[in-house]
Write a protein that binds this ligand. Sequence first.
Ligand code: BT5
Length: 327
Amino acid sequence: MTSRDRIQTLLRSHPGEYLSGEKISHLLHISRAAVWKQVKVLRESGFDIEAKHSLGYRLVAAPDLLDGADIEAGLACRLIGQRVVSLTETDSTNIQARRIAEEGAIEGTVVVADQQNSGRGRLGRSWESPSGVNLYCSILLRPKIPVQQAPQLTFLSAVAVVETLEDVCHLSAEVKWPNDILVNGAKICGLLNEMNAETEQIHFVILGVGVNLNMTASQFPDGLNYPATSALLETGKAVDRLVFLRAFIQRLDLYYSEFLREGFSPIRRRWESLCKLINVQVEVDQGSHRCCGTVVGLDVDGALRLQLNNGKVERILAGDIRPTEKK
Ligand code: BT5
């Protein structure tokens, strides 16, 4: 970390407090003149730092940037977030995460971008990713689990996003199989998990997460498949993306450790408790094939268990579901 990043981190970790130039210079082993010089650089890059002769420096406001050092600073994580790659503009964080995974990046590396020019959804669809407003990130995992269990990881990220929306934005969200998070029936988050594996062995899995945090109504294009929303539209309050991302990473790290220790059952139960379509009649669109039935729950591998009208329970591996009755 540079002195500038360390000063920034120090001020951020003492919200509302003054830190004397002497204390900062002592902690960072740099001169007081060097502290002042770096404070000026921080101010030029958008930080509002108050300097009082007798008291020292106090952070009044920080720009809404997703800086790698800020994201990593003081994260209490076992695996996820050990390394953060922060990009201003990129094609897709999933593409970049895949690239660095192939170069040997460590498990838990997080790739985050302010803006994506080719944000990806499932089945070749695209993900709207304007700059400065939302969260676009991809997490690299290298789990030693059978290949068939990899889809279970989608549900870890779904539960972690819902709980972070609750904690940070005070929003009540629901999960929709397989990869959507909805608030008041509108999509606020999409998940895109991609795997690189041989028959028996997973090389890596990329968990792609896109959350609409501060997107305004005019930033949503016409013609989206479903209604869409953002945390700002739902609550009227802007979300600090850094706070949201850090909270999400910490939660995902806890759930990933639990998953490696105890398997899929705990997360499966939590996901089912957040799914409002359990026991609801739905239609499943699988492209060439449609079927109707009642959602029973998740199968051990993350497949949707659907009870058809003839009583038989079918496993749905992919598709889009819509309720056919009022919830
Ligand atoms: C998804 O696909 O929902 C997965 C989206 C994953 C995005 C993240 S961002 C970070 C990482 N890097 C990437 O490149 N991708 C991941 P799907 O279920 O196929 O939904 C895509 C559909 O959602 C589109 O066809 C649109 O109709 C709609 N859509 C596009 N952008 C949206 C947005 N920002 N909010 C809500 N809906 C959107």
